[in-house]
Structures are given as C-alpha cells and as structure tokens.
Design a protein. Structure first.
Length: 186
C-alpha cells in the first residue's frame, strides 16, 4: 500500500491533530495536519473564511488534502475536508481513523473561539457534526471515541489497530498465490 498509514477524520475538537501526532511519533513516521499546511501557505483559516468565503477555503483544502494523501506517515484532515467528493474517493482506498466526540467533551476544547464555523458556540458544532456524521461513519475503517479516554490511551489503541491491520495484510500477502504476489509488485 502506498500513502499514509492512517488518515484521521472527525469533527472539530475530536483530537485529530493531538492524537495523530502521538500516533506518528509512536510509529516514527511523518505527521501532516492539512489545516496547518493551509495556515502555513495561506494564513489563518478564519482570515481565509472572512476574506474569501468558505468555497475558496474548501478549494485550497482539496488541493492540500490531495497532496497529503499521496505521502507517507499519518495525516489529519480538517473536519470539513470529507465534504469533497474527490476526497471521499481518495479516502475509500486508505485506512481511515474516525475520531468521534460528544458535545459535552468538546465544549472546553473549542473555547479558544478561533474556528470560523462554530463562532455561534456548541449549537453550531452540533449542527455541523450532525450534518457530517454519516459521511465520517461511511468513510471510517475504524472508530475511536475521544470523549472520555486520555489522548495517550487512544493513540496507543490506534497504533495497535494499525499493527493488527498490517499483520493481517501481511498474512493475506503470505497466503496469496505467487502469481498474485508478482502482479501486486509491478
């Protein structure tokens, strides 16, 4: 398989960046946060929304996500990145980790007020999450709830999932007829 070992998706405040960094560190692989790439290249996301609107931001995001999903390591996507049909098609071929969280747990995480889509508070967050939840669930290879467990524990669980998935793929590879293995390496 080429591409990332894991791609994190989920709503704002679920812990995609913090947990993704821990997973990448544990696996000794690069970590890419697509929101951070956008900020580094174009400036703060809230400023992009204010100056150019959400459609412009989503276009920038699609380009950054497309590039990130071809690279190695662990990738964290912004909460709305999954809305793009192209991103959904790319994710269908990759190991996707969906981090879910409930409104009670996320309230304190969003207290900094820097996220443009939830300036109206937790009600905005819940509305957005409810609208996207089916997409997250449909794309997920595995789901972890970040509402109550410590981030380090969730990261350990994700690393264990990646290792078990890799072992299963290795076993399938070992069991495949030689002709199938040869065609796979071309």
């Amino acid at each position: 398989m080429t591409g990332p070992l894991a791609v994190f998706i989920g709503p704002m405040g679920a812990g995609k960046t913090r947990i993704g960094k821990r997973v990448a560190r544990a696996l000794d692989v690069p970590f890419t946060d697509t929101d951070k790439v956008i900020v580094a290249a174009y400036g703060p996301i809230a400023d992009i929304f204010d100056a150019h609107g959400e459609p412009h931001f989503r276009a920038l995001e699609r380009d950054v996500v497309r590039e990130a999903l071809t690279g190695p390591g662990v990738v964290s996507l912004g909460g709305g990145a999954v809305l793009a049909a192209e991103t959904q098609r790319l994710l269908a071929e990759l190991p996707v980790v969906y981090l879910q969280v409930d409104a009670d747990a996320v309230t304190a995480r969003l207290a900094d007020g820097t996220r443009p889509l939830v300036r109206g508070g937790i009600e905005d967050w819940q509305r957005i999450y409810d609208a996207r939840r089916a997409i997250y669930e449909g794309l997920a290879s595995v789901t972890f709830d970040t509402s109550r467990l410590p981030r380090d524990r969730i990261a350990q669980d994700v690393v264990a999932w990646i290792a078990s998935r890799d072992r299963a793929q290795g076993a399938a590879w070992d069991a495949a007829p030689r002709s199938a293995q040869e065609s796979e390496t071309r």
